[in-house]
Design a protein. Sequence first.
Length: 322
Amino acid sequence: MNILLWHVHGSWTTAFVQGPHTYLVPVLPGRGPDGLGRAATFPWPDAVIEATPEELRETPVDLVVLQRPHEAELAERWLGGRRPGRDVPAVYLEHNAPDGGVPHTRHPYADRDDLVLVHVTHFNRLFWDNGGTRTAVIEHGIVDPGQLYRGTEPRAAVVVNEPLRRGRTTGTDLLPFFAGSVPLDVFGMGTGDLPRRLGLPAERCRSADLPQAELHTAMARRRLYLHPVRWTSLGLSLLEAMHLGMPVVALATTEVVEAVPEGAGALSTRPEVLARRARDYLHDPQAAAEDGARARRAALERYGLKRFLTDWERLIEEVTRG
C-alpha cells in the first residue's frame, strides 16, 4: 500500500514508517517546509521514498495522512486533482492539544464526513471541538531505544525545542526554580542561548542540541528526566525517557497523568513537590534506578511499537476498504 504523508514530526513518523507499507514523502527543490523529504537525523527504512509533485501525479496512492490544514489542497494539486477523503482515502492526524480559546477550540477539520480525525491522546480528543467528524485515538508508539539508563551524572535532563520562543507553554519560566534544586541539562533545538537568557550559571544549567543518535545516550546518563511542560500534547521525549529507564518528574497536566503510573516518578501541579522529588532522586541513585525500571515497563506495555502499528493497521484497513 502506498501512503502519502509529510515529514512533519520526526519522532512520530519514525515509528509510523516501521509498518509494512511504502511511505511517500513529498520533496521539493531546496527542501522547503512542504517538501522536506526524508528525515536527516532519524533512521528511516528504505520503504520511505521521496517523491516530487510531478512524480506523485503519476503514482497510485492508497491513503493520505494529513497533518496540517493546508495539506489537503497540496495533496489534491500534487495528486493531479485526486481529493483526499473523496477520491483517495484519508485521515487527518492531530498531533497537538488545542491552542487559543480552550476548551472552545474548534478543530479545522470539524464536521467532515469524508475522513477520520485521529488524535494521538485521549486528552486531545476531549479538548478539541471535533464537531460531527468521526474520531479515533491511536496513542503514541516508540521505537525502543533500549534500557540505556546509567544515571551517573547527578543532573536532570530536560528535552524541549525552542524553549525561549515557546515560553510558558513548555514551562521555560519554571526552569530557574527547578535549577535551584537540581542542576539541569536542557537538550533541543534553539537551546544554545538558554542559560544566559535565564541568567543561570553553567553549574546549574547547561544546554545542547544533539543529533538523535546521541540524544538518548546523553539523556540516560542523567539521574532523572524533568518534564516542566504546562500545555502541549504528550511529549514523545517523556515517553522516550521512560523507555530508556529514567525516572520522570513532571507537571501533572494534559495526558501526562495517564502516561506515568504510580512508582515510575513524580507528578504534581505543585513545582515545590516536584523539586523535592528531584532532590530525592539526586541523593538516592538506587531509588531513581528502581523507579526508572518501573517507568520503562509501563512505557513498553502502553506505548510499545507493536501495539502502535497494530492499531494503525486496523484503522488503515478499515479506512481504505470503506
